[in-house]
Design a protein around this ligand. Structure first.
Ligand code: PLP
Length: 421
């Protein structure tokens, strides 16, 4: 990044929003990014797990271009359009909830979470929401309150909305087994009183919290408890949706279906769109105009979402995920065998997290080594970011449309970066 641009950035953008990538993007295509100085990178940040179908996917761009010729906004609640109706129809067909579903479209993951909570509280007539330590649900006040990671998301921003509490997410590598997490969970809901709990909100795999997957057994038990106590189960699939876990949605990967789910990120190939999908009985319980959004269901974003679905239908994206996950796991496991600071490798599909520690015996988290590897990777042409409560997990969020050769190339770059530590 030139000195001039750096100065302009510093003068005009708040410090807290200063980008970590110190280059200005000039062009991007599928999994590749070029900066204004002509450097080429493989993008395993993927706009923070948004570009599942790659940068400027031709099918997505085609749909968007066609829509731009017709109209760009209508406010769906007043003037409906076919694109949004088709997106809702397709999500209802595809999202694995056993009974009939309905879908409501908004702009961002946080807005989807806000609305899922509104709907759950309204339908159940109860107030309390149980969320998980390490969970991330967005930056608006309810979403922040639900987030279980203090620094940097909540620090100094409280107080948060009432009637939210957090319980343990299973984390086998650090001694929190499924059984222990379930035991804590049961005690937790007893202490709150099940009659006051509207919903349980959980990510199938923690994103910001460290790429920690929840098992099928844990989620099944959670569902059983929720059903027995008339508590709704909400899956926050903002990050796990649209192929990343190996199936179209994380609920299929774990074989457990929720009452409501939130979707965003990969839904529209980089255009802002998000959704709440849920059982029709629940979604229809809200009074007329009780939910809505001016920009939600943008015809342009919905056109992009239809392009994304076309990519999934016509290209073997889920097959790619399986291939990529094989290539990545093989390479990462062999790196782990040679480096005693690689503590754990885990995750569904290509949603892989590499937990970095000082030493595999002490398991002391090492953000320092993780950031060194990330820095080396950038120097070698691979873009990565970290996550986790201690910031010591390196995560992979590349496009699911990345050609196999580039997945191999990314792994070579990562190996070179780890070897330099
Ligand atoms: C699981 C999860 N929920 C919600 C959000 C918030 O989404 P947005 O940034 O679109 O508001 C995110 C964003 O990273 C997320 O990963």
């Amino acid at each position: 990044m030139s000195k001039l641009v750096k100065n302009q950035l510093q003068a005009n953008v708040p410090n807290a929003w200063t980008p970590t990538f110190e280059s200005t993007i000039a062009k991007a295509l599928n999994a590749e990014i070029w900066d204004t100085e002509g450097n080429r990178f493989l993008d395993y940040v993927g706009g923070y797990a948004v570009l599942n179908t790659g940068h400027v996917n031709p099918k997505v761009i085609d749909k968007v271009r066609n829509q731009l010729d017709d109209f760009t906004h209508s406010c769906f609640a007043y003037a409906p359009h076919q694109n949004a109706i088709d997106v809702c129809t397709e999500i209802n067909k595809r999202y694995p909830i056993e009974s009939e579903t309905k879908t409501f479209l908004v702009n961002s993951g946080a807005e989807a979470v806000e609305n899922a909570i509104k709907i759950a509280r309204y339908y159940t007539g109860k107030q309390h929401i149980v969320a998980f330590k390490g969970g991330f649900h967005g930056r608006t006040y309810m979403a922040m309150g639900l987030t279980g990671k203090e620094n940097p998301y909540k620090m100094g921003f409280g107080p948060f909305p009432d009637f939210i509490s957090h319980t343990d997410f299973p984390y086998g590598y650090r001694g929190m087994s499924d059984d222990q997490a379930l035991e804590t969970f049961e005690k937790h809901i007893q202490s709150i009183g099940e009659d006051s709990i509207a919903a349980i909100l959980i990510e199938i795999q923690l994103g910001e919290g460290g790429y920690i997957p929840a098992s099928n057994i844990f989620l099944m038990e959670l569902k059983k408890i929720a059903q027995a106590k008339d508590i709704l189960l909400i899956f926050d699939e903002v990050q796990t949706g649209f192929g990343r876990t190996g199936e179209m949605f994380g609920a299929s990967t774990v074989g457990v279906s929720p009452d409501l789910a939130t979707l965003a990120k990969g839904i529209a190939g980089g255009f802002p769109l998000a959704a709440v999908v849920g059982k029709s009985e629940i979604m229809d319980s809200i009074h007329d105009a009780g939910i809505g959004s001016t920009f939600g269901a943008s015809p342009v974003s919905c056109a992009a979402a239809l392009g994304v679905l076309e990519v999934f239908d016509e290209e073997n994206i889920l097959g790619n995920v399986k291939n990529h996950a094989l290539i990545m796991n093989e390479s990462l496991l062999s790196l782990q065998a040679d480096n005693n600071f690689i503590g754990d490798i885990r995750g569904y599909g290509t949603m892989i997290g590499v937990e970095i520690v000082e030493d595999i015996k002490t398991k002391i988290p090492s953000k320092e080594i993780a950031m060194k590897i990330i820095g080396q990777s950038k120097d070698n042409g691979l873009l990565l970011v970290n996550c986790g409560l201690e910031g010591n997990v390196i995560r992979f969020m590349g496009p699911l449309t990345t050609p196999d050769e580039q997945v191999n190339e990314a792994m070579e770059m990562f190996t070179k970066s780890v070897s330099a530590i």
